[in-house]
Design a protein around this ligand. Structure first.
Ligand SMILES: [Zn+2]
Length: 411
């Protein structure tokens, strides 16, 4: 496709990512990888007549390419524990990540933020995609999460302790190419870590955020306890991953109303990642897993949904992030996460914004993607059905265009 070539995408219904009501019979004009205009009526008819390529999606809904703000490209979504998955050679992890990136793109995701990968592997993949040796979404990368020695996901290679140690780690990550800094604010699924306890001291967290912000990088903090969420807000972090309210080592949790209000007042963003437990649960049910395991995951899933419902009542900001790769969460599973988010209160339109324009603005990409608007990158998808009445219709992908290039599904 040369720069002069004109491609038009005819949309039966266009949801442009701005939050405005959908537009019927719209035509998106694409030239040189960018959206040149969005037309209707006679102007659209003239553009269609002069187009080099006409992509007819009059039976479909066209939207901006989706943004998944929480993925782990290294992991295979096959329930292999992460500490075991990273024992593969680094080269194999780059190849695994290429496969994951391609699956995400096939699922209509044209931008991902990787919130934890082994050493340089995700940076290496991004380089390979830039060279045209692999295809994938636009990648915002955290590299290895900053974590205390022996802390959650230490095996990705991001251990750092003490105020000087964490400042140095942030500098190293920026040097390696990190766009965001991911911090493990509590333990998690990693053996011998404590989800219900803060991992870093307040001084260490403050230093991480200060160092990152002074280098124009935002910070997102994995938090499974209320105390840790409060510390992240105090430090001035930009986002909380998961936002759990674990109380002890026996799996008890207790929602903290006051902290929810504080989160809302601070304006901090949350990725609720509610579908992780749903995908585990569905797998157990489909394979006839043990009844007590099914009951246990059902409880965990219900609890996560209830907590996010209450965070929404408090008015907490959110973006969509799936935790793809972790456990059994697939790289093309964003429709399920969005449907579950919407079941917790947000409208379908609000949920779509959380995976398009709001996420793009949050990531500093609002002038590049997240909307179907003249001047932005031609990141477009078409789906069968109306996502405003059923978000799961976002699974029915009929077109993926990334930077004006059509992507042929990997599977
Ligand atoms: Zn994660």
């Amino acid at each position: 496709m040369s720069a002069a070539d004109l491609t038009v995408v005819r949309a039966g219904r266009l949801i442009d990512g701005s939050g405005d009501a959908p537009l019927a019979d719209a035509t998106v004009v694409v030239r040189g990888g960018r959206i040149e205009s969005v037309l209707t009526g006679d102007a659209a008819a003239r553009a269609i007549e002069s187009a080099t390529t006409v992509l007819d999606h009059r039976a479909h809904t066209v939207l901006p390419g989706l943004i998944d703000s929480h993925v782990h490209l290294n992991l295979a979504a096959d329930a292999t524990p992460a500490e075991q998955a990273v024992l593969e050679p680094a080269g194999a992890l780059v190849a695994a990540s290429a496969s994951a990136a391609s699956i995400a793109l096939s699922g209509g995701i044209t931008t991902v933020r990787d919130t934890g990968s082994y050493r340089d592997t995700a940076f290496d993949l991004r380089r390979a995609v830039e060279r045209g040796w692999a295809s994938g979404p636009r990648m915002l990368l955290c590299g290895p999460p900053v974590t205390i020695t022996g802390g959650h996901c230490w095996f990705f290679g991001g251990e750092a302790d003490g105020v000087d140690g964490v400042r140095r780690r942030v500098r190293e990550l920026v040097k390696a190419g990190a766009d965001w800094i991911k911090v493990m604010g509590t333990g998690g699924g990693t053996p011998n870590t404590r989800p219900w306890m803060p991992a870093y001291s307040q001084d260490e967290l403050n230093a991480i955020v200060d160092e990152a912000h002074s280098r124009e990088r935002k910070v997102t903090v994995h938090c499974l306890s209320s105390v840790a969420i409060g510390m992240a807000i105090t430090a001035g972090a930009d986002q909380i991953e998961h936002a759990g309210f674990a109380k002890d080592g026996r799996g008890a949790s207790e929602f903290d109303e006051e902290m929810a209000d504080r989160m809302a007042r601070s304006g901090i963003y949350v990725s609720p990642t509610v579908s992780v437990r749903k995908f585990i649960l569905d797998h157990l049910v489909d394979t006839g897993g043990p009844a007590d395991a099914i009951a246990g995951w059902q409880r965990k899933f219900d609890n996560g949904m209830e907590q996010f419902r209450r965070l929404q009542l408090a008015g907490v900001n959110f973006v969509t992030g799936t935790d793809a790769g972790w456990h059994r969460t697939p790289f093309d599973g964003i429709a399920e996460e969005m449907a579950l988010i919407s079941e917790c209160g947000p409208s379908a339109m609000d949920t779509i914004l959380s995976a398009t324009s709001r996420a793009a603005d949050h990531h500093g990409l609002g002038d590049q993607t997240g909307r179907v608007r003249a001047g932005l990158s031609a990141d477009l998808i078409a789906v069968d059905g109306d996502p405003l009445t059923d978000l799961r219709s976002l699974r029915n992908i009929r077109l993926v265009m990334s930077g004006g290039t059509l992507h042929t599904p990997a599977r």
